[in-house]
Ligand binder design. Structure first.
Ligand SMILES: *[C@@H]1O[C@H](CO)[C@@H](O)[C@H](O)[C@H]1NC(C)=O
Ligand SMILES: *[C@@H]1O[C@H](CO)[C@@H](O)[C@H](O)[C@H]1NC(C)=O
Ligand SMILES: [Zn+2]
Length: 508
């Protein structure tokens, strides 16, 4: 016999689902109705899976449940709840990751180009390029360059040749290991090496300083950009919108080349790459500049952006401010400077990458939306702002969720507590991104998808939600209509091949 208080609860819950008149529903049916209603809201819920996809989903879910089950009984093996650096080995052995690597993932919509390539390749390639020099600045950070303009880069020591240092070291392998540490945050004990957000951001920003000048050396820029495309392609990513600045490049003779040349170089590399891999759709660029500067500097950069955009409207698509939000200047500060965006350009602001509820940084979300941002970088703090997330939903502004980045950079310890669970649970517009994969030893999007499906999503959710997120990445890109149509066609084909391969046992 059901007590009256239960009945009242059931009725009030069902009223939310407009079941108000069916009072004589059983307790168990009421439970089912609520669970089903929530399942219908999640990202991808309304996607219909065909028979092959259903079979593939069953296979995927077996592996997902196996791993979650093991983790439920032993938190030490629960990769979904561990810091990525602690769980890395588990993730890399995971069948779920293997599946995700093979899965077509569409587009990366939030990626900083100078942190996009794996440190392992940097060691193998850039560190062996003839002429690479290293000095140390007064904070003790290594600066890499191919030109001897040491003072310009804050060197406090003489430059030494990396090849000489390597020759003098215990062994090349020893040297290479220490070199890699300069450009990768990985440590088996992040809680000791980075006790606070300040420690990890300091090293993180320093790594940009370490590689900045070396990557502006024309041969290094070319090799690096090519490798960036390769690492995407190898991870079954077909397209990207890159955050990048367009600083001058230089060559061995010390000649420098204008940002126009940088654009030209990148376009040529992408074109060559597409000749070799025609299913790759290319890249576009979001002009990004540091937020921790004076207003006049932002103004200057914004002008530069506008002139590049005018010359390459379809390639330099928009503007963003980067760097630690809490340490940089709030967006509100630059509203006057950012007033006259060309009609053909868009904003893609980083906003809400903070734990400071109600602080000036937290308001970046508000200003980003008032400035009509097309997407939001991170949007980590968005769930605390009901008016703003309702606006995001209504205006269909995609949130660029980068789970590993948010964990490594100290916003959240256990990714099961990441606010993107909330965004997913009610299908807010969102895409999965990787932000700076080279700086923490991931490649492509698969690792971030691992945490998305294992940590952010509910246990029983699988292929529909994955597919929903992949399709979102093309939907929320700013490809033109022709490109988007082709992208969806290519994606459909790649997806069909993928599910057929999995179904035939070619993946597991
Ligand atoms: C670095 O990468 C480029 C582009 O892939 C390649 O042409 C070059 O041979 C590589 N250099 C080394 C030292 O591995
Ligand atoms: C806001 O952005 C959207 C798409 O990003 C664009 O279509 C619209 O024209 C913009 N509105 C204003 C007032 O700039
Ligand atoms: Zn970012």
């Amino acid at each position: 016999m059901m007590s009256t208080s239960y009945l009242v609860t059931i009725i009030s819950v069902l009223q939310l689902l407009s079941y108000a008149d069916t009072i004589f529903i059983s307790y168990e049916d009421a439970r089912k109705a609520v669970i089903q209603a929530e399942d219908q809201l999640i990202v991808g819920a309304r996607i219909h899976l065909n028979d092959v996809e259903d079979k593939v989903n069953d296979m995927f879910m077996r592996y997902k449940y196996d791993e979650l089950g093991a983790g439920f009984y032993d938190p030490d093996v629960n990769a979904a709840g561990l810091h990525f650096f602690k769980g890395k080995k588990l993730v890399e052995q995971s069948k779920v990751l293997k599946f995700l690597k093979r899965m077509p993932k569409g587009a990366i919509l939030h990626l900083h180009n100078t942190a996009s390539v794996s440190s392992e390749w940097m060691v193998r390639n850039i560190s062996y390029m003839p002429g690479l020099l290293r000095c140390t600045n007064k904070e003790g950070t290594s600066i890499l360059s191919f030109r001897r303009t040491a003072r310009d880069h804050g060197c406090a020591t003489q430059y030494v040749r990396v090849s000489d240092e390597r020759a003098r070291s215990l062994s090349p392998a020893t040297y290479d290991r220490s070199f890699e540490k300069l450009i990768n945050l990985y440590t088996p004990v992040p809680e000791y090496d980075y006790p606070t957000i300040k420690h990890v951001w300091r090293k993180f920003q320093n790594m940009f300083a370490t590689t900045n000048d070396a990557l502006r050396y024309l041969p290094a820029f070319r090799a690096y950009s090519w490798r960036m495309l390769e690492e995407m392609y190898e991870d079954n990513v077909m397209y990207a919108e890159l955050r990048m600045d367009f600083k001058e490049l230089y060559d061995y003779s010390g000649r420098t080349f204008s940002p126009e040349r940088t654009v030209h170089e990148l376009l040529t590399i992408v074109e060559d790459f597409r000749r070799q891999y025609p299913s790759f759709m290319g890249v576009k660029a979001i002009f990004s500049t540091h937020r921790d500067v004076e207003r006049s500097r932002v103004s200057e950069k914004f002008k530069k952006f506008k002139s590049l955009h005018k010359a390459h409207t379809d390639f330099i698509i928009g503007f963003d401010l980067v760097g630690q939000e809490d340490r940089g200047k709030p967006l509100h500060n630059f509203v006057a400077e950012l007033a006259d965006l060309p009609r053909s350009a868009k904003y893609f602001f980083h906003a809400g990458e903070t734990n400071w509820y109600g602080a000036a940084t937290d308001m970046n979300l508000l200003d980003a939306l008032l400035l009509n941002t097309t997407r939001i970088g991170h949007g980590y703090a968005l769930l605390k702002h009901p008016v703003l997330w309702n606006a995001v939903k209504r205006r269909d502004v995609a949130i660029e969720v980068s789970p590993i980045s948010n964990q490594v950079l100290h916003l959240v310890t256990d990714l099961r507590n990441h606010p993107a669970s909330f965004y997913m649970s009610q299908n807010l517009p969102m895409v999965i991104c990787n932000d700076d994969p080279g700086f923490w030893g991931t490649k492509g999007l698969s690792y971030d998808f691992y945490y998305t499906i294992m940590s952010l999503a509910p246990n029983h959710v699988g292929l529909k939600t994955l597919k929903g997120l992949v399709w979102n990445s093309i939907r929320y890109s700013v490809m033109n209509e022709n490109e988007r149509r082709t992208a969806f066609e290519n994606l459909e084909q790649a997806w069909e091949r993928f599910v057929s391969d999995v179904a035939q046992g070619k993946v597991f």
